[in-house]
Design a protein around this ligand. Structure first.
Ligand code: ATP
Length: 515
């Protein structure tokens, strides 16, 4: 655990030091759970968005994009269920004045019991060596059996109070389990209340005429309300998809964990409209396709897992998360949901307009079913950034910090250095930049010894460093150094573009999805 926390702290300070992420309005001590992307961060974020857009829109002739407004007609959120049901249960501690999500308090308590089981298993594993059989141990060890029973009972009661919206029962569960405030230990709790996560604001010049509107809590509804417009004007045939990237806002009760849980964040969503009855197949297809997209970035298949939901949202007939191994453990990175015809039917009902598709093959109209893929761009950023940040022991006994970003996503693809700041070398270096900048983001640096410049670019995540020396003036060649292998090669200046392109080209990376 301590190692994980250490790694997470490194991620936070590195993100700031190397110009990736800053706290919002830092000079005023920041705004909780709101962040700004800095000069390198904005490039990485854009590259992730582009990588998603290319894979989803450009590579599918039956998927198109839109960019809907953040503000929508308020009835949208009545129809979608967000006004009535987009709530989290919150509880305050009367002594420490700290606020918590009641479900998270219970889940964390349950996880502690689970960790005790894991410890017993590890101990037994050490004792019995190869002869250890985990299944048998779980079935026979009295401590494990007792703890597992406790976990099961907590899970059942948690599911019940959530399903029945039994807020008194929720509080009782916290009291019965003896859960104390994580900050102070105090067990002096308020009642549990439901808290709506939408940010409200008003449209209109005067108070009497003002209309209550909301900052959208998800981008999906902008797609649903445009379903028929896009289908008709794009002459789309089912099955087809509409993709969108954009900001979403949630007034999260407890917003910790850096850009994992923000109050203002960006989503990349795609709603795929299918014939009723075929949704299960499409759900499976999209689960597989989305996992392939993640794996194409080469961040280790062991770092991903599916988590199929037992408790389904009111609109879903199947749902799964793709979880990623973040510095604080496996957590949701993307959701794939089979949303049935819930949303379109609800919008039909609330708007009084038909949102149906005429199927020429079947010769009838129907409300399509929807399979959604929904990923948080900021969470993806955190996954990529934290996974890439590594400390390496070098042969000479020193260590280097290197940000091994997938080259296709790196903010700058190459840095160009003159070996010294004189003898015409800066001019050659700048000429190379002039030439390469049409194709890639490239960076010029002439300060400090070359070794130091290499380290700076390693830490910033730049895949290539190009050094111009005195021989370059004679042979039109330079030294190119690879960030990950640290190999150095002498190459012709005229070959640089192709060498870089071979490693950073989106096509090369996306092709891996076909493997
Ligand atoms: P969680 O259970 O972590 O709150 P969720 O199930 O509410 O997430 P969805 O409503 O399915 O999330 O949203 C789709 C995706 O949007 C999530 O998989 C996640 O990547 C991203 N996301 C959701 N809430 C936030 C947030 N507060 N900050 C950053 N990203 C978020």
């Amino acid at each position: 655990m301590a190692k994980q926390e250490d790694q997470f702290k490194k991620v936070l300070s590195h993100a700031k030091e190397y110009g990736y992420v800053f706290q919002s309005s830092e000079i005023y001590d920041g705004l909780s759970a709101v962040y700004d992307y800095a000069q390198n961060g904005v490039e990485l974020k854009k590259n992730i968005r582009d990588y998603w857009w290319k894979a989803m829109v450009q590579m599918h002739d039956n998927i198109v994009g839109i960019d809907a407004a953040i503000l929508m007609h308020p009835t949208t959120w009545k129809a979608s269920g967000h006004v009535d049901a987009f709530n989290d249960p919150l509880i305050d501690n009367k002594d420490s004045k700290k606020r918590y999500r009641a479900d998270v308090l219970v889940e964390d308590f349950r996880e502690k019991i689970n960790q005790k089981i894991q410890k017993d298993i590890e101990k037994a594993q050490k004792r019995f060596g190869d002869a250890f059989n985990e299944e048998e141990f779980r079935a026979t060890n009295q401590n494990v059996i007792r703890r597992q029973k406790q976990i099961d009972e907590i899970s059942a009661e948690l599911a019940r109070v959530q399903e029945e919206n039994d807020l008194a029962g929720f509080k009782q569960l916290i009291v019965d389990l003896g859960i104390g405030c994580p900050a102070s230990g105090s067990k002096n709790w308020t009642e549990v209340k439901q808290f709506n996560l939408m940010f409200g604001t008003q449209i209109g010049a005067s108070a009497e005429n003002a209309t209550q509107v909301y900052l959208r809590p998800e981008t999906a509804q902008g797609i649903f309300v445009n379903f028929l417009n896009v289908q008709k004007t794009g002459r789309m045939k089912i099955p087809f998809g509409i993709a969108q990237t954009g900001k979403a806002f949630r007034n999260e009760i407890v917003a910790r964990q850096f850009i994992f849980r923000m109050r203002e964040f960006e989503q990349m969503e795609m709603q795929f409209f299918v014939k009723p009855g075929t949704q299960k197949e499409w759900y499976t297809t999209w689960k597989e396709t989305r996992l392939k997209w993640h794996l194409s970035l080469g961040m280790g298949s062991e770092n991903y897992r599916f988590h199929d939901h037992d408790k389904l949202a009111h609109y879903a007939d199947a749902a799964a998360d793709i979880e990623f191994n973040f510095p604080f453990g496996f957590k949701e990175l993307e959701g794939i949901h089979s949303r049935t015809d819930f949303d379109l039917k609800a919008h039909e009902e609330f708007s009084g307009k038909k949102l149906q598709y005429f199927d020429h093959e079947e010769n009838k109209s129907y409300v399509p079913y929807v399979v959604e893929t929904s990923i948080g761009l900021d969470r993806m950023f955190l996954a990529v950034f934290s996974n890439s940040l590594q400390e390496e022991e070098l042969e000479n006994g020193t260590t280097r910090t290197v940000l091994k970003l997938p080259a296709v996503l790196a903010p700058f693809k190459a840095a160009v250095f003159p070996l010294v700041k004189k003898d015409g070398l800066p001019e050659v270096a700048k000429k190379i930049i002039e030439d390469l900048k049409w194709d890639f983001n490239v960076f010029y640096d002439e300060k400090d010894a070359v070794g130091k410049r290499y380290r700076r670019q390693d830490a910033a995540g730049t895949p290539f460093c190009i050094t111009v020396d005195h021989d370059s003036l004679e042979d039109n060649s330079v030294t190119i150094r690879h960030r990950d292998t640290m190999d150095q090669k002498r190459v012709k200046i005229s070959d640089l573009r192709d060498i870089i392109k071979a490693e950073v080209d989106v096509k090369t990376w996306l092709k891996k999805m076909e493997a």
